[in-house]
Write a protein that binds this ligand. Sequence first.
Ligand SMILES: Nc1nc2c(ncn2[C@@H]2O[C@H](COP(=O)(O)OP(=O)(O)O)[C@@H](O)[C@H]2O)c(=O)[nH]1
Ligand SMILES: [Mg+2]
Length: 366
Amino acid sequence: MGGAARIGRNPPGGMDVELGLVGLPRSGKSSLLALLCGGAPSGRVAVAHVPDRRLDTLAAMLHPRKVTPAHLQLTELAGLVPGRLERGERSAFFEGVRRTDALLHVVRAFEDPSLAHPSGGVDPLRDARSIEEELLLADLERVEAVAERLRKNRTRSREEERQLEALDRCAQALGDAIPVRRVGLSADEARLLTGFGLLTARSALMALNVGETELRDVADRWPELWGWAREAGILVVPCSARVESEIAGLEGEDRTAFLASYGLSETGTDRLARAAYAALGLISFLTAGEDEVRAWPITDGTTARRAAGKIHSDIERGFIRAEVAAFTDLEAVGSWKALRDRGMLRLEGKDYIVRDGDVIEFRFHV
Ligand SMILES: Nc1nc2c(ncn2[C@@H]2O[C@H](COP(=O)(O)OP(=O)(O)O)[C@@H](O)[C@H]2O)c(=O)[nH]1
Ligand SMILES: [Mg+2]
């Protein structure tokens, strides 16, 4: 997705990031929501675990009472039929999108003669594009309105001057159907635009809900869709809600064998959850105690002290140092004690930038 800066809410410690499911009616949003949360969601909101093989390894090593994976909050937004929305419905829909941190486009690619498609035949590119166009249009309207207001203000501050420049760049891109996430804003420009809640600035990925028979050759089908998504900066994850619900009823070796029969090593929903986590710019550090083994979500670039605050504000406040080991080292050596004995534990200070897969024990005073 390029190295461009992302704009969005930066959740403070403890708060869950939220992924919004958007798509046409009957594209499979509710089905995927239920599958991602591993059960029946209560309404349109659910929590999905982010699968992490490293937690299983640590659990086998430590036999903790509890294993807690990272999670994402999911919200299903109302089905959108492009071009057929009343004014009030449109703004309600966009307000819903604005409350999320990233978007999961659910796009129907499965054929089912018994299930009418709201726009006629099945055409995933048309559907994906039409939803994105609604978002582009909403952003263009907003960017132009804000720029207009700033332009009228004769006593603009230096900051507002720079906001206006960034907004003009966005307006030009949006007019050419380029989403803000592809404008290549600097981190500073992104910061200046944070408050405007631009929809196409959010990270986006697509769950391409394919039919059972298409899961095998999904890479060769819909080449235009893949090309379009790449241009738009949208990662495509093929996933069959039908097949996933069959998998959900299986366990252990049955599940592995079933997946293998489709040429897969993991479920589509597992891949989706991990892709969404990455798209949100999240990484995990791990804690490994006798009591609990846990993955903690942080944004890439978080310092050791801020990371400590994820666990408890007391640990952040009383931070002394972090004892850190890479998960791979811990796995290789077999125990924390062995790491210590071999001098493989690193002592890091408050400004250390935590990496994905760091196993950390914080030292702090209260
Ligand atoms: N054949 C088939 N039907 C599906 C698939 N995914 C969802 N459906 C059906 O499509 C209908 C609408 O699905 P739903 O998840 O409620 O869509 P939503 O309106 O986007 O929330 C339901 O009857 C689902 O059983 C699929 O992969 N294959
Ligand atoms: Mg639904």
